[in-house]
Each structure stands twice: as C-alpha cells, then as structure tokens.
Design a protein around this ligand. Structure first.
Ligand SMILES: NC(=O)c1ccc[n+]([C@@H]2O[C@H](COP(=O)([O-])OP(=O)(O)OC[C@H]3O[C@@H](n4cnc5c(N)ncnc54)[C@H](O)[C@@H]3O)[C@@H](O)[C@H]2O)c1
Length: 265
C-alpha cells in the first residue's frame, strides 16, 4: 500500500452524458467528468452545448487527464448512437456511463402544461434509456462488465412541489433497478444517486437569494452545502472496483436532508 487510492479505473473508458456546466463552474456532470479522469479513466464528455463540453475537457487536460468531447441532443436516438460509436472509435472500449442529464419543473399537476410534462419526461428519462441502450452492448463486447450510474434526486422520494420532476426522478429509481436486474448476468452494475440540494450552476444561474441559499444549506443535518464534487465523488466510487459488489443501489447523497423536516428551499 502506498497510501494512494487506486479505484481500478486506469484505462477504463467513461461517457458522461451532460458533462458540461456554465463557465468554469462545477455542476454534477462536470465534477464527475473531472474526477473520473483524475482516477485514471478516459472520459468522453457529452453535452448539447459544445462550448460547455469543450470547457470540461480543457479543465481535465489542465489536470493532465485524458478526455474528449462531443455535442449532441441526447433525447435523440441517432445522437446517442453517434456518441457511443465515437467513444468506441476513439478508445476501442466502453466501461462506464454516467447518465447525468436532468432539468427541473416547478408546478403541480393542476398547473403543469401537457407540453411541459412531455418535455420534462423526455429530457429526464429518454437520454438514460437511449444511452444505456447503445452503451450496454459495447460494454459487453469490451469484456469486463461495466458500470452505469443514473442521477435521480431526493425529490423522487421526498417531493416538495416539483411534481413532474419528482415523477420523472421516481422513474429513474425503477429504471435503475430494472436495468440492474436485466444486465447483472453480463457483469454490468447499475446504480442510482439521489442528490439533495447541491449548489450547481443549473440551480443558481437565474439567481438565488442569500436566504434561499442558506435555507438549502440548513436543510442538511450537518448544515453543510453540497456541491457537484460531492455527487462526482459518489459517481467515481460507484463506477470503481471498490463498488464491485454494489448494484441496484439507490444512494442518497444529501447531507441528511431527506431525514430532516427542515425546508430545503
Ligand atoms: N443541482 C441540484 O441541486 C440537484 C439536486 C438533485 C438532483 N440533481 C440532478 O443532477 C443532475 C445534474 O444537475 P446539475 O444541476 O449538476 O446540472 P449539470 O451542471 O450537471 O448540467 C447538466 C448538463 O446537461 C446538459 N443537457 C441538458 N439537456 C441535454 C440534452 N438533451 N442532451 C445533452 N445534454 C443536455 C446541459 O447543457 C448541462 O450542461 C440532473 O439530473 C439533476 O436533476 C441536481
């Protein structure tokens, strides 16, 4: 033992779906991309916005990691196939998929429009289905099993007025466990992370008052604010050999928020 952590990710190939973030800021997907690369994986960063994906790759390269980027709208089947094909043509194998894409909606079923319901379901579920559909056969061909991590939310189990979002994220829990059952015999582990309120550009880019921010922070039993790195570290752990006996797991990463009755903003 030399004291360094070896997650067994050296020479593994990972795709992070939704790996961009605004500016130099840290969202869940960007953090996972950077940390997977730091742990030794070659990382394909995918985002519908090419500048955001490219910036993540630059941040990885500044830390001496290996990464590439590709843009695409992952609600579309041909784009998902193109992404998986790109990873295979570049690195010849695929081991890890982080299905990170998701957007919120704030309304009850009474106030929600049918159009927005369809839109949220499309973005929060379809990329997970389509990326997994094309990634799993390649993981099997690569011959060493694989890991898929789907990003849900504590809103799946502790709703707080984000009803369409909660429903979509609840489906992510079932999807993850069903996929774990379907593909366990292929050596593919499928796990799911339920983040609490973490401070990412997606939640603060339209502005967040000081009060709202401290309410989110104080919702945690340990009164700390979660950030993208907390989620990225959980992705690395679940993707690594350290988690080789873990599949179908729903991992809450929320500083205890979901055990607390405190409002989370
Ligand atoms: N931030 C939070 O408080 C929080 C809490 C619970 C769960 N989550 C979940 O974590 C995940 C990441 O959230 P985040 O806030 O860190 O965002 P993020 O910073 O990781 O950004 C997600 C990226 O996905 C990209 N994207 C969106 N739609 C896409 C599409 N159709 N095709 C390709 N790329 C697309 C966006 O351009 C964005 O760069 C989401 O699933 C979200 O629901 C976040």
């Amino acid at each position: 033992m030399n004291g360094s952590l070896d997650f067994g990710l050296k020479d593994k190939v990972a795709i992070v779906a939704g790996g961009g973030a605004l500016g130099q800021d840290i969202g869940n997907g960007r953090a996972a991309s950077i940390l997977l690369a730091e742990a030794g994986a070659k990382v394909l960063v995918v985002d519908k916005d090419e500048l955001l994906a490219e910036t993540t790759v630059q941040m990885i390269e500044e830390r001496s990691g290996e990464a590439s980027w590709i843009s695409g709208d992952l609600t579309e089947s041909d784009q998902c196939k193109k992404v998986v094909d790109f990873a295979i043509s570049k690195w010849g194998r695929l081991d890890i998929l982080d299905n990170n894409i998701g957007i919120a909606s704030k309304l009850s079923v009474v106030d929600e429009s049918e159009e927005n319901w369809d839109h949220i379901m499309d973005i929060n579920l379809k990329p997970m289905f389509l990326m997994s559909k094309y990634a799993i056969p390649e993981m099997i061909k690569s011959g060493n099993g694989g890991s898929i991590v789907n990003i849900s939310s504590i809103s799946a189990t502790r709703p707080k007025g984000l009803t369409t979002y909660s429903a979509s994220k609840g489906a992510v829990l079932s999807l993850s466990q069903a996929m774990a059952v379907d593909h366990g015999a292929d050596g593919i582990r499928v796990n799911c992370i339920l983040p609490g309120p973490v401070y990412t550009p997606m939640v603060y880019s339209n502005g967040m008052s000081k009060d709202h921010r401290s309410q989110r922070q104080n919702a945690s039993l340990i009164e700390i604010e979660g950030d993208g790195w907390d989620i990225g570290k959980a992705v690395v752990y679940l993707s690594s050999n350290w988690a080789r006996y873990i599949t179908g797991h729903l991992m809450v990463v929320d500083g205890g928020c979901s055990l607390s009755a405190r409002p989370r903003g």
